[in-house]
Write a protein that binds this ligand. Structure first.
Ligand code: A2P
Length: 306
């Protein structure tokens, strides 16, 4: 349960974390309690998920009941688009900390390279926001910092700031979108990559109105799972670990929460790993099209991801 990767900051990140995007406020408290009781030591949160307060309740109750100690759990939150700029970062971080009932975050990420604004302040002040993120580490509020949904060139822009390193890049990653370019660059730079939607995020398809292929129903995957006598989800999660990322399977079902952590307990054979590495269909589920706007800063998807 305690398998971890070492971050550039010097802290360890547990390889399996519970994802909480789309976990309904009414269910997420039970999901986090169940995850912590099953042995999860990493919970991935964000202000925009609108459920950090409920996650905080679960965390506080689990600590109070002696299920875990604060120092044993890795808690991530993310800065939302409307909180870019050095005037807003600290207040946004403190709000998430208050909701999560913690006095430090293990990891704080810039959620998107986007302000969500129109008009004069449409350009995200990425470097300014990043320096404010670095200050949070200097002030002892946050242990490690990073980004989510950033391209290599946008990360390169941040790397020009000396001081606190960029420790984590959290992006969509699964056999239907391996994100190879970002992954190779992160490895070279000593940045840890975390895979969100490691199961291909079937529920995002309906949420985003996407007519996408469902990874969990892919024939190659089903046949590998059948041969190995594992569930397709177990195979995908092992693929993510074998690919060298940490993984954030989201679930609110206590059975699936347990099963997903057990992905640490076995090894996907090399030949199966390679077969899943060779799936042609390579498309993002969370493609960011909701940020594309002729008023800028990204007038098409290439600009967002380049
Ligand atoms: P649920 O919350 O009902 O378990 P991703 O992390 O790729 O976004 O995938 C999350 C989706 O996959 C959710 O719909 C979640 O539903 C479902 N899910 C989570 N764990 C499993 C599992 N072990 N087997 C099948 N589906 C799963």
């Amino acid at each position: 349960c305690n398998t971890t990767a070492l971050l550039a900051s010097g802290y360890d990140i547990p390889l399996v974390g519970l994802g909480t995007w789309k976990s309904e406020p009414g269910r997420v408290t039970a999901a986090v309690k169940s995850a912590l009781a099953s042995g999860y030591r990493h919970i991935d949160c964000a202000a925009i998920y609108k459920n950090e307060d409920e996650v905080g309740n679960a965390l506080a109750a689990s600590i109070h009941q002696g299920v875990v100690r604060r120092e044993d759990v890795f808690i991530t939150s993310k800065l939302w688009n409307s909180d870019h700029s050095d005037r807003r970062v600290k207040a946004a971080c403190l709000k998430s900390m208050r909701d999560l009932r913690v006095d430090y975050l293990d990891l704080y990420l810039i959620h998107w390279p986007v302000t969500g604004n129109r008009g004069p302040d449409v350009q995200p002040p990425l470097l300014e926001t990043w320096k404010a993120m670095q200050d949070l580490v200097c002030q002892g509020l946050v242990r490690s910092i990073g980004v989510s949904n950033f391209s290599v060139s946008k990360m390169e822009g941040l790397m020009t700031a000396p001081g606190v390193p960029l420790s984590v890049c959290q992006v969509e990653c699964h056999p239907y979108f391996r994100n190879d370019g970002v992954h190779a660059w992160c490895k070279q730079q000593g940045i840890h990559m975390t895979a969100y939607s490691p199961l291909g995020s079937a529920d995002s398809a309906s949420l985003l109105g996407r007519n996408a292929q469902m990874l969990l129903q892919n024939e190659t995957l089903l046949s590998i799972a059948n041969d190995l006598k594992r569930s397709p989800a177990e195979v995908l999660l092992q693929w993510g670990l074998r690919n060298g990322t940490s993984i954030l399977p989201k679930s609110t079902s206590s059975e699936r929460i347990k099963a997903n952590l057990a992905s640490l307990d076995w090894q996907l054979p090399q030949v199966a790993f390679e077969a899943l590495n060779n799936l042609d269909y390579q498309r993002r589920m969370v493609d960011g099209s909701f940020w594309v706007n002729p008023a800028g800063p990204y007038s098409n998807l290439e600009e967002l991801w380049k």
